[in-house]
Ligand binder design. Structure first.
Ligand code: BDP
Length: 680
């Protein structure tokens, strides 16, 4: 058992009659899934346009049992609706959550665009990817197609993901060469019957780099013509091509500002090119420059004034927080500040700042936290930076699969609770076949069998809820052992794995240095973003602005994000800031230890391979948590001049040793335990 089957582990002994009123490759896939695994009454897939199905949309469906309970029908106005309905039915069977004889479910997605962003390079490395190499074998494409392309598409379809941007936002213009477009077409052809459209990240200077033009100025006639021709070429190959994702004038990437044009002028030029084909432009708002004040304010300052200037097929893609996928950030105030512009959120599924594929962190609670502040209906779409690679289990950490899963489920329905999604995922990933197998193994005799069934089932239920709790607590744990109380960006230079709050590289961009963010000194710690500081609080709606701006009302979890607070500041717990910081770091460490204990309890119930894999990654996580705690507390202690409270675990490292730790890892590797242990 290597985890390659993801959450689609249902057995292949389906025995029901499956019928369908039309034939097509997509409906063939839906029917095949059901034939393989569905064990209930006959199912009819019925493509029909009537008032009800039209209201549910092409991707929506109704799934119901007939009055006599002898038949299930899935009906939709679109083929994709039937595909999603089929996967829904199988999910119900697998999780056993509903009475299958009385189904009456209506579903339609909250967003029409539910998109993965792959940061995959053409050399098959993956920026911030920790699960092997890129799935896309560019050298073998277009003639040779890996089986994993269809498996990838199937997994996405099973959770409703319907778009994929297959290359890195730091894009090579090469992707638009005819040679590569043929390869992209081959992938698009595999993905199409699974309802997945392909999009490309583009390099704004492609007309120069690829087309040999002297400029990439979006108002230049030749440039406009170049993009129109290129777009035509793409749509000729891929008629349902989705559109472009653009990182412009950000971290050294070219963009319209290089030619004194605005982001809107750049985006609109591309929007006009794809418009005749119904394509869209996803234009990223991830911009910041070292010369301007407070990085957290910059996307807002640059984009908010452009509200109303974007074409209607442009969507501004904004990271959930104002800085960069930190363990915890307040939401980006740009959301809601551009009422005349379509916006979408970008979450990061890959754990760039969350322990890579070594740490168990379930991200749905973080994404739900975002939706506590941003109305799902105010957004047009959802994008997630993928955590998928060539590793047999796709995501590196077996539990990282839950983040891919949760992203898809939330993009379909952001109202689902993180807990419900965790439960679904656990049941499909760990608790179906194992349970059956254990029962068979134990239940050889009759009486005996009954007995063991009962005890196995009850211990399973207990384990199940413990694992769910573990998942639910895992995000808060990582915040605690890495960056509690609103701290952010204490990461090591070069990679974002371990702590380096002291990092100070002469000549480097100041906004890439941890001290830019924590600002620790003898007086206190934290970034003053209140009216006495950068005044970033003023970018938030009034009520939140007041709440965050006042140090006495600012919630603990954002305190050091918005304030430079004195070391003896009284926290909500009544402790001083320094003591609270110590307790939080320690709490994070203790939680990881409790995760280890919970996990070890599952030993007899989960296949050895996955059990051991998770167990050994938890060991790394536990050591890393102590590393984080020691590094940050020993370092900040030099400023606070205060003691670590005596009732918490003592540091086991020397600060000087930790300052010497250098990990020889690039931005697309996950450090091994051996490497970590040798270095620290
Ligand atoms: C940061 C990553 C960098 C990405 C950038 C982006 O460190 O590798 O290129 O975001 O989103 O989180 O463009």
């Amino acid at each position: 058992e290597n985890g390659s089957r993801l959450w689609l582990r249902y057995s292949t002994d389906g025995n029901a009659t499956i019928s369908c009123n039309k034939q097509s490759p997509m409906l063939g896939i839906a029917a095949t899934e059901l034939r393989r695994a569905w064990k209930g009454v006959p199912v009819t897939l019925s493509l029909q346009r009537n008032k009800e199905t039209r209201a549910l949309g092409e991707e929506g469906y109704r799934l119901f049992t007939s009055d006599d309970g002898r038949k299930i029908t899935i009906t939709s106005a679109g083929e994709r609706g039937l595909l999603y309905g089929a996967f829904h039915l199988l999910r119900l069977q697998d999780t056993g959550t509903e009475n299958l004889s009385k189904l009456n479910i209506k579903e339609s997605p909250a967003y029409n665009l539910r998109i993965l962003n792959h940061w995959d390079n053409l050399d098959r490395s993956i920026e911030r990817g920790y699960a092997g190499r890129s799935l896309w074998d560019w050298e073998a494409l277009p003639s040779t197609l890996s089986d994993r392309y269809a498996d990838y598409a199937r997994a996405n379809a099973s959770i409703g993901i319907n778009g994929t941007v297959i290359n890195n936002v730091n894009a090579s213009s090469q992707i638009l060469s005819t040679e590569y477009l043929e390869k992209v077409k081959a992938l698009a052809d595999v993905f199409r019957p699974y309802g997945i459209r392909v999009y490309l990240s583009i390099n704004f200077a492609s007309p120069m780099q690829l087309g040999g033009l002297a400029t990439a100025d979006p108002l230049d006639k030749e440039v406009i013509a170049w993009w129109k021709n290129k777009t035509k070429e793409i749509y000729h190959l891929i008629p349902d091509f989705g559109g472009f994702l653009v990182k412009a004038n950000s971290e050294g990437q070219p963009g319209p500002c290089d030619f004194n044009r605005t982001h809107a002028e750049g985006a609109n030029m591309l929007a006009d090119a794809v418009k005749p084909y119904k394509g869209i432009i996803m234009w990223r708002a991830f911009v910041y420059s070292p010369s301007d004040a407070d990085r957290a304010k910059q996307a807002y300052l640059e984009f908010q004034p452009l509200d109303g200037q974007f074409r209607d097929n442009v969507i501004v893609q904004i990271k959930n927080g104002p800085v960069d996928f930190q363990p915890r950030e307040p939401y980006s105030p740009l959301f809601g500040a551009m009422p005349k512009t379509a916006q979408m959120v970008e979450f990061q599924i890959t754990q760039e700042y969350l322990g890579f594929s070594n740490h168990l962190v379930y991200l749905a609670p973080m994404w739900k936290e975002f939706f506590d502040f941003v109305q799902p209906s105010s957004l047009k779409a959802m994008a997630g930076v993928a955590n998928i690679g060539t590793d047999a289990n796709w995501c590196g950490h077996p539990f990282a699969q839950s983040n891919w899963y949760a992203f898809g489920r939330l993009a379909w329905n952001p109202e689902l609770s993180a807990e419900a999604i965790a439960e679904e995922w656990l049941k499909q990933t760990f608790f179906n076949e194992e349970l059956r197998m254990k029962n068979e193994e134990f239940g050889k005799g009759n009486e005996e069998r009954l007995q063991s069934d009962i005890s196995i089932n009850s211990s399973f239920l207990i384990l199940h809820s413990s694992l769910k709790q573990l998942m639910m607590q895992s995000r808060e744990a990582v915040v605690d052992y890495m960056m509690p109380l609103g701290l952010h960006h204490l990461f090591a230079w070069g990679h974002h794995y371990g702590p380096e709050p002291w990092c100070d590289i002469p000549g480097a961009r100041p906004d890439w240095m941890p001290s830019y963010y924590h600002k620790a000194d003898k007086a206190g710690i934290g970034f003053d973003r209140s009216h006495t500081g950068s005044n970033a609080t003023a970018q938030y709606p009034d009520s939140l602005c007041h709440l965050y701006d006042d140090i006495s009302t600012c919630p603990d979890e954002y305190l050091l994000w918005f304030h430079h607070a004195p070391w003896n500041h009284t926290m909500q717990s009544g402790r001083t800031l320094w003591d609270e910081l110590c307790y939080r770091y320690d709490k994070g460490v203790q939680q990881v230890r409790s995760f280890q204990r919970i996990w070890d309890l599952t030993e007899n119930y989960i296949d050895t391979e996955r059990f051991k894999d998770v167990q050994s990654r938890l060991k790394i996580q536990a050591r890393d948590a102590v590393w984080w705690k020691d590094a940050c507390l020993l370092y900040f202690m030099e400023y606070s001049g205060m003691r670590i409270p005596y009732d918490i675990e003592r540091p086991i490292h020397e600060l000087d040793d930790l300052k010497q730790v250098k990990l020889p890892i690039d931005n697309h590797e996950c450090p091994t335990r051996k490497m970590l242990d040798e270095r620290r």
